[in-house]
Design a protein around this ligand. Structure first.
Ligand code: BG6
Length: 510
């Protein structure tokens, strides 16, 4: 056993800072960031002296900004809304009105930050959160540099969190990385992927490497295949169609969230728990993805689809092309299914299947590990045969938990077999709700821990894989792999069932 190490702690201590949120009038700030900070305050986790400045173009007073935040916090806060916590919390929230392009706005911000530090005894730590529309990422970073805000006073730090989308392809991601790293050191750069902040995603490493029983089986000798499903019942509500139609399911979810989950499932054990120790192993997996780099390979291994009008949760919904702000001849996928191969010793010959879609029957994200079947010598000749193999399911959301399916004898005087489930639910085992992903990630950024953030090379490697597929989809019309269709509220197109059936498998029924 390793000797106890004093430098290893359950979590680094977060330090008080001023958080400047660019894009402060947007949905993300109102629905996720401020409620996350408020819930940290409720739990007593927000370091005393933390202040928040919202930076945006719209003309607003501090009070108007606070009132807007309060209205939404009341509706979405995980722990409800308690005036006795909210009132002191929101006193430290203020608004800074400026165009993102206006250098003077940043000079005024710098003065304001200094003044706040002087009058409130702040230490000069700054966390810049870029949550604006992506076309402003560059200019915000450039202005932070010009105004000197990217450099912290002696003994303090200046860090940046960059929201998604981190580029729209490899070239734009590389460009953004250059701009970010010309402004902040890589160790002060936090590229957010909120899936990494989800409790069950964090538990993947613990499940794999803190239990001795799984790792010996976690390879091509025992595993037949792995599925990653991210189903959503929502469509293009709230005017989202405009952004989404330029992105599509592959860029919106697979490039980031689902390849991150894949790398956590497939990575080798890191040598230590440092941010780079973990990310070194994750990036090797993304780098080892077999590229689908011709239209033929894309047609063979990737299915893209759109939903047509149907019913979700009992209500009629339009088809993708009929959604608000989506062109009626749109060629963007709202659903994608992929067969992925990882060319490493451990995973040789084990297919990974990823599927993601909007307007499926329900919201559910899970990873399922399908083990090979036991040799049939004893039981497969029985009436009914062997009823399937072992499946380990990691439910990312909702109803976070882990279950293991195994074959059991049905009680009675005859020998009949059926599968049963051993099930662990976070809610019942731990009796308290997990924090929201943004809570964990904000605290980590304040503590200087980048483990749950994507590193530069991870993002670029992921785009490299995705670009090949996008290129095939944007080839001249007569060479493009087709766009499949399925009825909204169903489990996706027949073509996706065929994709997995060709290897003798079937999608798990959720
Ligand atoms: C976002 C995507 O990153 O993640 C959305 O842009 C998607 O399209 C969302 O709906 C899903 O996040 P969650 O946490 O609700 O699963």
């Amino acid at each position: 056993m390793n000797p106890f190490r004093e430098d290893l702690v359950a979590r680094n201590q977060p330090e008080p800072c001023t958080i400047v949120i660019f894009g402060a009038t947007g949905d993300l700030t109102h629905r996720k960031l401020v409620p996350a900070l408020y819930n940290l305050a409720i739990d007593g986790e927000l370091p005393a002296g933390t202040r928040i400045i919202g930076f945006a173009r719209r003309d607003k007073s501090d009070d108007e900004f606070r009132a807007g935040l309060e209205g939404i916090n009341r509706a979405v806060s995980r722990n409800g809304h308690d005036g006795s916590v909210w009132d002191p919390f929101v006193r430290d929230v203020s608004y800074h009105c400026s165009e993102f392009t206006d250098a003077d706005g940043y000079a005024r911000l710098a003065d304001r930050l200094d003044e706040l530090d002087r009058s409130h005894g702040g230490r000069g730590n700054r966390l810049f959160y870029i949550a604006s529309a992506p076309e402003f990422f560059d200019v915000i970073l450039e202005n932070l540099k010009k105004s000197g805000l990217n450099r912290a006073p002696e003994g303090c730090w200046a860090r940046v969190i960059v929201e998604k989308p981190f580029g729209t392809d490899l070239a734009t991601a590389r460009h953004l990385n250059r701009v970010v790293n010309a402004t902040f050191d890589e160790r002060d750069t936090y590229r957010i992927d909120h899936y990494l902040g989800k409790e069950t995603a964090q538990n993947l490493m613990v499940l794999r490497f803190a239990n001795a029983i799984f790792e010996p089986l976690w390879n091509s000798r025992s595993i037949s295949h792995i599925q990653i499903t991210c189903a959503e019942n929502l469509g293009m509500e709230g005017g989202r169609g405009g952004y989404y139609d330029k992105s599509g399911a592959l860029r919106d979810m697979v490039q980031n969230h689902l390849l991150q989950l894949l790398s956590l499932v497939a990575m080798e054990p890191p040598t230590d728990l440092s941010a780079d120790g973990v990310r070194d192993e994750k990036v090797k997996i993304i780098r080892s993805l077999r590229p689908w780099d011709t239209p033929e390979k894309v047609a063979e291994n990737v299915v893209r689809a759109q939903y047509t009008a149907g019913h979700v949760d009992g209500a009629p919904v339009p088809g993708y092309r009929g959604e608000d702000r989506v062109p009626d001849d749109s060629d963007t996928e709202s659903y994608v299914a992929l067969r992925v191969l990882i060319d490493t010793w451990r995973w040789n010959g084990v297919p990974f299947y990823i599927r993601m879609g909007k307007r499926l029957p329900k919201k559910s994200t899970e990873i399922s590990i399908h083990f090979k079947e036991a040799p049939g010598v004893l039981f497969s000749a029985l009436p009914g045969g062997l009823p399937g193999g072992n499946v380990l399911v990691i439910r990312i959301q909702p109803d976070e938990g882990i279950s293991l399916r195994m074959v059991s004898k049905i009680p009675g005087t005859s020998l009949r077999l059926e599968t049963v489930k051993m099930d662990f639910h976070y809610a019942t085992s731990f009796g308290k709700a997990s924090p929201e992903a943004y809570e964990r990630l904000l605290i980590d950024a304040m503590a200087g821990d980048a483990t749950l953030f994507a590193r530069r090379d991870e993002v670029e490697e992921a785009w490299q894989f995705i670009d090949h597929i996008e290129n095939a989809w944007h080839a001249p019309a007569d060479q493009r792999p087709p766009m499949a269709e399925f009825t909204a509220g169903s489990w996706g197109p027949k073509e996706a069932d065929d994709l997995i059936a060709r290897d003798g498998h079937a999608w798990r029924r959720l």
